[in-house]
Write a protein that binds this ligand. Structure first.
Ligand code: NI
Length: 137
């Protein structure tokens, strides 16, 4: 049976601050630069949900991208969009809200909920020039 990779791109805005209180202010400023701004700052995140699997005979789909959009809209978007990741999202209470860790969080929420095929990658763009890929542990 032929297999294919399907990608759904979705979007959210969020604020964060990269600051590790175990280290000095100077270390934090040097390490994180503008992302250490004490009053937080925002990013326009672009999230690519990548699902691989066999093409279903009846639908011609690997997975219905409308369902991927719906799962994102109902489960992840309300938690992340227009939120302060440091203050509003408990998962980041003891983790740095870096783009790497946000990608891991998105994976953990989405992977068990993919209705067909399997999640093979989360690609998360923090700026038009920076992205990370996470493919599971
Ligand atoms: Ni930042």
């Amino acid at each position: 049976m032929p297999r294919c990779t399907v990608v759904r791109r979705v979007h959210f805005n969020a604020a964060h601050r990269l600051h590790n209180p175990a280290y000095s202010d100077e270390w934090n400023r040097t390490t994180f630069g503008p992302c250490n701004n004490p009053n937080y700052h925002g990013h326009n995140y672009e999230l690519e949900i990548v699902v691989e699997g066999p093409i279903d005979d009846a639908t011609g789909y690997v997975v219905d991208v409308g369902l991927l959009k719906q799962i994102f809209s109902e489960i992840l978007h309300p938690v992340l969009d227009h939120k302060n990741l440091n203050l509003d999202v408990p998962w980041f209470r003891d983790r740095m809200p870096s783009v790497e860790n946000i990608a891991v969080y998105c994976w953990e929420v989405l992977a068990p909920r993919i209705p067909a095929g399997r999640l093979t990658r989360i690609r998360l763009w923090e700026t038009p020039r920076n992205y990370v890929d996470y493919e599971g542990a």
